[in-house]
Design a protein around this ligand. Structure first.
Ligand code: CUA
Length: 193
């Protein structure tokens, strides 16, 4: 079945000419969209290639447990002399050390973490605290938890057969309580002893 497409429209133009014009307009729009996308790729590619990588901090996996900031006694949440809160932890197949973190609510907290073996990662509950942990590199970020509460902190990078059993707990407590406990200078943790 065919339609007589060469018949004249009310304005006198042929239907074929109208279709052709619409087709050309559409081809032009699609061409512009493709050109824009290619331009965005080129610009971002050049921009990323010309920038130095964001802060890279390495750590020796072989001596991690023996000396430096990731020795066992230095893991957990600490209040630095300047009042900043830093939590240090390590990930290993298949656990986090410490297994439970105590953090103050509403205060910026800096995480410093690394892995001793495979690639791990963690996310704290439904917060934006989320990072990947690579052996040999220190992952660090600063965030704050507005409300007191408990979160699960699972490993979110497949790291082996025990991956799904690898998680820690995070207890966010009132800042006043946290800093009162911190006064004796001890690392805070909620691991049952
Ligand atoms: Cu560690 Cu998955």
């Amino acid at each position: 079945m065919s339609f007589p497409i060469s018949s004249a429209l009310p304005d006198g133009r042929g239907a074929e000419a109208v279709a052709l014009a619409a087709e050309r307009r559409w081809a032009l729009i699609v061409g512009l969209v493709i050109a824009l996308l290619v331009l965005v790729m080129i610009v971002t590619g050049l921009h990323w290639a010309s920038m130095p990588p964001s802060r890279v901090e390495t750590v020796d996996v072989k001596t991690l447990h023996l000396s430096g900031e990731f020795v066992e006694s230095n893991l957990g949440t600490a209040v630095d002399p300047d009042g900043k809160v830093t939590v240090r932890l390590i990930a290993q197949q298949y656990s986090f050390e410490p297994q439970c973190l105590v953090l103050p609510a509403g205060v910026p907290v800096t995480f410093r973490a690394t892995s001793t073996d495979a690639v791990h990662g963690f996310v704290v509950g439904t917060t934006n605290a989320n990072t990947m942990l690579m052996p040999g590199f220190v992952a660090t970020f600063t965030t704050s938890f507005p409300h007191p509460g408990e979160h699960l902190m699972p490993c979110h990078e497949y790291c082996g057969t025990g991956h799904e059993a690898m998680w820690a707990k995070v207890q966010v407590i009132e800042a006043a309580e946290f800093f009162a406990n911190a006064r004796n200078g001890e690392r805070q943790s909620c691991v049952p002893r």
